[in-house]
Design a protein. Structure first.
Length: 145
């Protein structure tokens, strides 16, 4: 569980979230840079969670389309099939409905690939922010000693 540093003015001490005294008291410019990096990391983490949720939702849509396609494959070609469009149903050929389902699967697959690429970028950004944060703290500790 990460510990969050709470900043106080320079005349008082810094405290960790568990209220244990911290050895570092940062100047204002370092505090603002630290806070900006924390905000960036939080924002990136939230975007990663959103991407995960979107990918999961698209996978469920793909699974649903594939299940529907497999059920349609078991029907005889002369079966009347209706496709839901908005608030109504249209009579369609089985081949046309299967084509629509395949299109949905491909579209979802493309979106998943884009989201995964974006997610990889966000993970790199998060890692860079973490390393910048650690580097900033290490520099300050080196300057203190």
């Amino acid at each position: 569980m990460p510990q969050h540093v709470v900043f106080r003015p320079l005349d008082t001490q810094c405290f960790l979230a568990a209220h244990a005294p911290c050895l570092l008291c940062f100047p204002r410019d370092i505090q603002t840079a630290f806070q900006e990096l924390q905000i960036k990391m939080i924002d990136t983490s939230q975007q990663l969670k959103i991407a995960d949720v979107q990918i999961e939702q698209l996978r469920r849509q793909q699974h649903h389309a594939r299940l529907t396609d497999s059920e349609l494959s078991q029907l005889p070609p002369s079966t009347r099939v209706y496709e839901g469009v908005g608030r109504m149903f249209l009579l369609q050929d089985i081949a046309k409905v299967k084509e629509t389902l395949e299109g949905r699967v491909k579209a979802a697959d493309d979106k998943i690939k884009k989201l995964q690429n974006n997610k990889a970028y966000l993970e790199r950004t998060l890692k860079d922010s973490e390393s910048n944060l650690r580097e900033m703290v290490a520099q300050k500790q080196a300057a203190k000693s």
